[in-house]
Design a protein around this ligand. Sequence first.
Ligand code: OSB
Ligand code: MG
Length: 374
Amino acid sequence: MKIESITLRELRMPLKHFFETSFGRAESRRILLVTVHSEGVEGWAECVAHDGPFFSYEWIETAWATIREFLAPELLSAKLETASDGARYMAQIRGHNMAKAALENALWDAEAQQNQQPLWMLLSGTRSEIACGVSIGIQDSHEELLENIAIELAAGYQRIKVKVKPGWDMEVLQKIRARWPNIVLSCDANSAYRPSDLDHLRRFDDFNLLMIEQPLWDDDIFYHSSLQREMKTAICLDESIRHARDAEQAIEMRACRIINIKVGRVGGFSEAIAVHNLCQKHGIPVWCGGMLETGIGRAHNVALSTLPNFHLPGDVSASKRYWAEDIVEPEIEVSQQGTITVSNEAGRGYEVKKDLIERLTVRKEVLQRSAATA
Ligand code: OSB
Ligand code: MG
């Protein structure tokens, strides 16, 4: 795979509805898109870094600068056989997984197109349909949250996840369970609690939750393992799992019983597959997390979710929950049974709407293969 150039674009897109977590509220997104131009095809991917360093230290400006200064030059002078080789060329740059993932995933999309093969097959996926859940943010009132849950259940979603934090937890869960005693329900704290909250955290056990996601620090495994011993509810790690080695430690230490895989957080499809395979070997089910992606990142999440150990519904939901108009065609749609049927087109399976992308673009930079390596 010879890479002739790489295009970076920043888009501004308002969210249909604000999304609030324990670390803050987002009303809109700055979207970083990567296009890899290689031997007649365009591989597209989305960098899932957000507008500020809150979910992780990466944000759109660090990703843009790291890609431009360090990662893209590696790939533009590399000799790649396959997309996964890209990960090895970028490995000497520490961290910056979301920036790396955007490049590597664009290579996978390009490779799938060059092979005239659907991306999910290139990733060794085995499902033609994936199970979908929704993640519902903190709302202005309990009533609004309950109303939102009712809407998503009526749409067919198989699992409801609510964001929690101190002051938006026990009462909220009580009200949800009073109205829907039997739905598949989980919660995500995004690091809002501390080990000293143990007595409080134990009360999550009263709600028959599928899991509690990332209750403690974003970079912690050790204290989660102490906490898992004290709780019946399965802990799921999100932020703490940056690569397969983290997953291995977490499993060894029994810090969680479930792992959320976000392809951006772990640095790309190669590492996501490694985390998936490791979890499968140890009997730890995984599910695909979301980062409020546009259709491009979402298409990649759909493809990843076809791997066999994605046993639980992911945070991969319909485009229309986020965007007035998505930048792919068709938009990502979810059936009344809460499933997405995987596309059998070559590559990511969703066309990019180039005119719309051009109109939404506020910044663009083309990185060329240097004359010396051409
Ligand atoms: O922790 O899973 C998370 C959104 C932004 C940052 C972190 C998270 C989330 C979500 C939303 O839960 C998932 C989605 O709908 O894309
Ligand atoms: Mg999470």
